[in-house]
Design a protein around this ligand. Structure first.
Ligand code: SF4
Length: 347
């Protein structure tokens, strides 16, 4: 398989061009076509000779995702994209408009092997990791389509980003590169289910990104019921890794807590949660879970969500309820892809 030109930084691109017998300065010409103008083919690079275009076509791959389907919420304008990769695999990305700008939630893998019980992305396991270029192009395609800048990126779609560590790191470097999209690392959030060694490793990378931990249960027992990964990395190890991340980066941790009706939304749960994270420089994001067909999880009613929030606040925890986006368009992550492949199968 040919190398992916979109997964290289400017320096690597320069080295590649030298190997093709070209002058390294050409990298300065080509890189912005890829990462600023987001071209879909070498043909669009108007200041490049035909000879070089031909060399590039023959020697490397230009990752461009194909938009298969897009759904737009009538409630809030959220757009959910289904993209096809070059090998025919499908991934999802979501565009959300906020007062602070356009935010895109991207996938980092095709499928996922983490097995969280409330998640549709994992039902068929992990197929493969995404390359840095495939992660970037979800943002590039969306920005090009809407004709507006994407200012915030969340790696919280299909896949576990820290299970694709090297590619994730490269993606972050390319996305925040001042010669490329130049998105501030402070506007990039990576969400993990708690792969402790890689959380600690990430803390050493000298990045300014936000780390969000999917906690979902306040005790080892509860967490383990919802998230099989918790059997490998115990809840206290995970929270310690979060503290370590804060110490090394100074970045406040976000705890994601999906509220599942009758499972983890009781008073005792709120008390245990506040005890677990008390004293930490953190923020809790409550997510009323989207019901998914394959599991019997129910969304808690608004009253119990508010009760849970109030309880945490009483214990001095900084907490928000995630504004529900795109409720009317195959809500939870992984559902659009799953329904699509089911329909293909039916067809
Ligand atoms: S919630 Fe995230 S980590 Fe868990 S199975 Fe779904 S995609 Fe994977």
């Amino acid at each position: 398989m040919k190398a992916d030109i979109k997964s290289w930084n400017q320096e690597e691109l320069g080295e590649f061009l030298i190997s093709l017998g070209e002058k390294p300065f050409r990298a300065k010409q080509i890189y912005p076509w890829l990462h600023v103008k987001h071209v879909e083919s070498f043909e669009e690079m108007t200041d490049i000779s035909n000879k070089l275009k031909e060399k590039l076509t023959n020697s490397c791959e230009l990752t461009v995702l194909k938009q298969v389907k897009v759904q737009q919420s009538k409630l809030d304008g959220t757009r959910k994209y289904l993209f096809a990769l070059a090998d025919g695999n499908m991934i999802e990305s979501v565009l959300m408009g906020y007062h602070h700008g356009n935010s895109v939630c991207i996938s980092s893998q095709v499928g996922c092997r983490m097995g969280c019980k409330f998640c549709a992305s994992t039902l068929d396991g992990r197929v493969r990791n995404l390359t840095p270029g495939e992660m970037l192009d979800q943002i590039y395609r969306i920005q090009r389509e809407i004709g507006e800048r994407v200012s915030h990126v969340v790696v919280m779609g299909m896949g576990e980003p820290l299970d694709n560590y090297e590619n994730l790191l490269k993606f972050i470097q390319l996305l925040s590169d001042e010669n490329g999209m130049n998105i501030s690392q402070r506007n990039i959030t990576v969400s993990t289910c708690g792969i402790v060694p890689n959380m600690r490793r990430l803390a050493e990378e000298k990045l300014q990104i936000t780390l969000a931990l999917s906690l979902h249960g306040a005790t080892q027992k509860k967490r383990q019921e919802l998230m099989p990964i918790a059997k490998k990395y115990e809840i206290h190890q995970v929270v310690e890794a979060c503290e370590y991340y804060f110490q090394r980066t100074g970045r406040r941790i976000t705890f994601e807590y999906s509220l599942v009706g009758g499972t983890n939304d009781g008073e005792e749960d709120a008390r245990q949660l506040s005890r677990l994270i008390s004293g930490m420089n953190c923020h809790v994001n409550l997510i009323p879970v989207n019901p998914i067909k394959e599991q019997n999880y129910v969304q808690p009613d608004q009253k119990s969500v508010l009760n849970f929030k109030n309880k945490l606040e009483k214990y001095g925890i900084n907490v928000t309820i995630r504004r529900e986006m795109g409720r009317d368009i195959e809500g939870a992550c992984g559902q659009l892809r799953k329904r699509f492949s089911e329909r293909q199968g039916e067809g």
